[in-house]
Design a protein around this ligand. Sequence first.
Ligand code: B1M
Length: 236
Amino acid sequence: MSDDMYDEEDIVLSELSDEELTQQMHDDLYDGLKEEIEEGTRILLDRDWPADKVLSDALVAGMTIVGIDFRDGILFVPEVLQAANAMKGGMAILRPLLAETGAKPVGTMVIGTVKGDIHDIGKNLVTMMMEGAGFEVTDIGINNSVEAYLEALEKYEPDILGMSALLTTTMSYMKVVIDALVERQLRHKYIVMVGGAPLNEEFGEAVGADAYCRDAADASETALRLVTEKREAASG
Ligand code: B1M
């Protein structure tokens, strides 16, 4: 075998230190390299990294960089879609680890991204963390109309309705859904939790949600607290 068969630029992920590997994974996510992201995810897990640390330090941190360059017009939709696809590859490996729980469900949730909005990575992460906290979650996907939410609520009768929005132009649709629940006198039946990058506490209150959740960990903690409070109030 001749020497020039080896490309000096080739990087062997398994030979990198933890820090170099996470840096490399940020670059690979940026370049939308799904296989490399999957390999890096496996290597970090083999090095005994907890799944939530792989998620936050390697994947979410990488996606934050993508988001900044998307905002600044350096990256465009096709590249960001590839980055999202690579991220999903890593998330699929982490999913069973984050969702590991033998216990019976502590509660149930229907979650979906609102109408006009196709962002689903954050919602998928919330689903995973909620499952990890022992909830049974029905994910109704993206671009959900009022009718789609109502249909799912009727069908699954969950404790919680979760809504996600990533665009300033779509987040107000959460109020449309909550108003529809009020109109039909269904609002009291569900705990409504909302989340997504452009939202904040004030917005959550303004649309009439029970809670705004900053991130997936906050969502699972809040869900546990609100379900417990609701059950205590009902039994007391
Ligand atoms: Co879009 N996009 N995008 N995008 N995208 C943003 C959101 C944007 C901030 C980018 C930017 O300019 N910096 C910007 C929105 C600006 C605004 O409204 N203020 C934007 C734009 C403008 C657009 C388009 C309009 C671009 C265009 O076409 N010109 C278009 C809209 C399409 C549509 O929805 N109709 C668009 C399209 C896309 C892609 C399809 C290319 C892709 C989505 C792929 C996919 O999701 N399958 C995409 C992506 C990937 C992004 C960024 C880069 C990353 C989003 C993400 O996945 N973050 C994003 C920039 C950014 O946010 N940094 C951007 C990682 C994820 C883990 O975080 O989603 O915030 P996040 O979720 C967190 C919390 O918010 C919270 O927990 C999660 C986990 O911790 N959370 C919840 C989320 N949902 C929750 C629900 C809950 C609780 C907590 O319920 C209880």
